[in-house]
Design a protein around this ligand. Structure first.
Ligand SMILES: [Fe+2]
Length: 462
């Protein structure tokens, strides 16, 4: 681990890829509730070959889907690569050809070819299972076999990995950034896919500056585009400096638009520099828009514009308020929690509406290391928090909420997550009672091997 043979941290420990595609029957301990029937799909980066870039970034590895199917208290597991055009081309050549974020550093064979990795999120909309990554179109997978079906080419461009499913209209609302002919541009798109799966709207506009825009916010009537100064620059990349870098002298600018209006009506609100990968939820209240977000003081995991290392930082849940009828374009920011947090989730039947219950993966030691070793439940009405901390270096994925039944009260149901057991170098699928997180997992399904750290997942009911 010294000198020139330093191992890239994103290829070590449980960041390291697994290179087998398996089907396992998991060994269950405790009780997986009989009413819990469906599949937890998860995804994350899992490079097929040794990356050609010695500064390989975690965000750029090939997507691999991990499916945990739950039926009658039993759990089966299946994992498959997302066979993107990039995956197929590299498979044919038996080596890595694409160089992550820097379009200048790829093998000539890869120049001008699609480098999508579909590694960030997997969700089900209008009968289709979509593997998502913000640089590319959604990629369709077959829900049972996890066979790759190919790009959903009606999108004709980049789509976020964090579209929002509108529980009232059945629409999928989305955006894209870096849109246009030039890489790392400030071009953005706003789009809507209707409940039948057809793209019915796509409107392009320009962001105030080019940035990595990972997620956004949608309420019943509004959409919010957060532009935060993790900036993108082709000019910088061509000089051998970071394609994406933290530039804290630029402000946060959040564009607010009515969903039924034209992109020319976007009103820009602002705040001092900060970074948000993930909001929890957003809603309208008394002429204002309120949102809870996991806010960092600086973008983690990325360098400064001169290539020097970025700040070590962790996110805390923060409430953003946008006063639509007031005279100010300032975003009001209030800290609402004091635990390092990431991967916030809620009862998505209330997406875009006022809600009470939120969950996240956290770090009770507040180590600012992005080590997520706990699951927390925050009651936004009472401020009460319940935490279950895993021990011995074990780490958890994002906790995904599933209601007990379609008409169960908000927040009544289960959380499912994947936990890395450090001492055994192995992973477990775990189930929590969402209203009694402190009790720990009520059911555990043991896998014979580990599931690498990943990003996001969603529950699809049977
Ligand atoms: Fe994300």
């Amino acid at each position: 681990m010294d000198g020139d043979v330093r191992i890239n941290p994103y290829l070590a420990g449980n960041f390291a890829p697994v290179r087998t595609e398996d089907d396992f029957v998991a060994k269950v301990t405790g009780e997986i509730p009989r009413e819990l029937a469906g599949t937890l799909y998860r995804t994350g980066p899992n490079p097929q070959f040794e990356p050609r870039d010695k500064n390989y970034h975690w965000f750029t590895g090939d997507g691999m889907i991990h499916a945990f199917r739950v039926e009658d208290g039993k759990v089966t597991y299946k994992n498959r690569y997302v066979r993107t055009p990039k995956w197929e081309l590299e498979h044919e050549h038996g080596r890595s050809l694409f160089a992550g974020f820097n379009p200048m550093a790829s093998d000539p064979i890869a120049m001008g070819k699609d480098g999508g990795v579909a590694n960030t999120n997997i969700l089900f909309h209008a009968g289709k299972l979509l593997a998502l990554e913000e640089g590319h179109m959604p990629f369709e997978m077959e829900a049972g076999s996890l066979n790759s079906l190919g790009y959903a080419d009606q999108y004709k461009g980049r789509v976020t990995a964090h579209p929002k499913l509108d529980p009232k209209s059945g629409e999928m609302v989305w955006f894209g950034y870096g849109v246009g002919d030039m890489p790392l541009s400030a071009g953005m798109s706003y789009g809507v896919t209707d409940a039948s799966g057809k793209v019915t709207r796509r409107s392009d506009f320009q962001a105030p500056y080019s940035a990595m825009v990972h997620d956004f916010l949608v309420t019943e009537n509004y959409v919010l585009f957060p532009i935060m100064p993790l900036t993108g620059s082709l000019e910088r990349a061509m000089k051998g400096l970071p394609a994406y870098a933290w530039e804290p002298e630029k402000p946060v600018q959040v564009g607010v638009m009515r969903r039924d209006a034209d992109v020319s009506t976007i009103r820009w609100f602002n705040a001092p520099a900060s970074y948000v990968f993930h909001p929890m939820n957003a809603y309208e209240a008394d002429g204002k828009i309120v949102a809870e977000v996991c806010r960092y003081d600086a973008a983690p995991l990325f360098p400064m514009a001169d290539g020097s290392p970025g700040q070590r930082t962790a996110a805390r849940l923060t409430r953003w308020t946008f006063d639509l009828s007031g005279k100010t374009d300032a975003i009001k920011e209030e800290a609402i929690d004091d635990l390092d947090s990431e991967f916030p989730r809620f009862d998505e039947r209330l997406a875009g509406s006022a809600y009470r219950h939120g969950w996240y993966a956290g770090d009770p030691t507040n180590s600012k290391s992005v080590k997520l070793n706990a699951i927390a439940h925050l009651d936004l009405k009472t401020g009460q928090r319940q935490v279950h901390a895993f021990q011995g270096g074990d780490m958890t994925s994002e906790p995904v909420f599933t209601p007990r039944s379609d008409d169960a009260p908000e927040g009544e149901g289960w959380l499912t997550a994947v936990v890395y057991r450090a001492a055994e170098n192995r992973s477990d699928f775990v189930v929590f009672d969402a209203q009694d997180v402190a009790k720990g997992p009520i059911g555990v399904a043991e896998l014979p091997r580990r599931v690498p750290f990943g990003f996001h997942g969603n529950w699809v009911s049977a």
